[in-house]
Design a protein around this ligand. Structure first.
Ligand SMILES: Nc1ncnc2c1ncn2[C@@H]1O[C@H](COP(=O)(O)OP(=O)(O)OP(=O)(O)O)[C@@H](O)[C@H]1O
Length: 209
């Protein structure tokens, strides 16, 4: 589903970052860990096509994303990639439901409201869709971010530190929920984190150094 080969990135006036080759199939989870500063966020942005590599290849769903223009990458990302950020980044003036429908609207997916109902029910947030994001607890916001990433049925889910601010019990619960949803949807799930607690949940693991 996704693989990388000889991936590298150099910030202007920064050091050159080189990443180990990685791959993850549909319905599987790859955990990518590493200390602060090794390049986890950079890697996530490369995989999401938000940064262009200085070398190497990223192949998603059979497509080398290297040659894409910024506009073509935006379209591809909207169709194939769901991103779960550590902070939810919801639009405060919209309801949770309206926030969750935005990516599906941008990706022109069919029957978004039906999908929203199904996913919100699965994640136990269907009673919260009419509320404003600020009225949700942190755990509820986390589940809402997962729902938002799933709503366009992406084939690739990228999660950036999804459990960093959670206690042990919620950390494991959110990790298992993510993996379960990815499996149900047959999406590849890549979790980028410094949270070593997740190593006990997932056995497919790469450590950046
Ligand atoms: N805009 C930038 N310009 C130059 N160097 C940068 C820039 N952003 C990040 N870096 C450097 O690139 C390296 C990787 O940064 P990155 O944010 O990807 O690491 P990280 O593993 O996500 O760290 P953390 O866990 O602390 O968030 C670091 O050495 C950082 O100082």
């Amino acid at each position: 589903m996704i693989y990388t080969r000889n991936l590298a990135y150099a910030y202007p006036n920064g050091r050159q970052l080189r990443f180990p080759d990685m791959e993850c199939a549909e319905g599987r989870v790859l955990l990518i860990t590493g200390q602060s500063g090794v390049g986890k966020t950079t890697l996530l942005h490369l995989l999401a096509g938000l940064l262009k590599p200085s070398g190497g290849e990223i192949n998603i769903a059979g497509t080398d994303i290297g040659p894409f223009s910024a506009g073509a990458m935006d379209t591809f990302r909207g169709k194939h990639i769901g991103i779960i950020y550590q902070q939810s980044h919801f639009i405060a003036s919209l309801t949770v439901g309206e926030n969750l429908l935005l990516p599906a609207a941008l990706a022109s997916k069919d029957h978004p409201r039906q999908r929203l109902r199904n996913i919100a029910e699965r994640l136990g947030i269907h009673g919260l869709l009419h509320k404003k994001p600020a009225q949700l607890s942190q755990g509820e916001q986390q589940r809402a971010s997962i729902a938002r990433a799933l709503i366009s049925s992406p084939q690739l889910l990228l999660a950036d530190e999804p459990t960093a601010s959670l206690d042990d019990q919620n950390c494991i619960a959110v990790a298992e929920l993510l993996a379960e949803q990815a499996q149900q949807q047959q999406a590849a799930l890549l979790i980028v984190t410094h949270d070593s607690r997740l190593k006990q949940v997932f056995d497919h693991h790469i450590q950046l150094s």
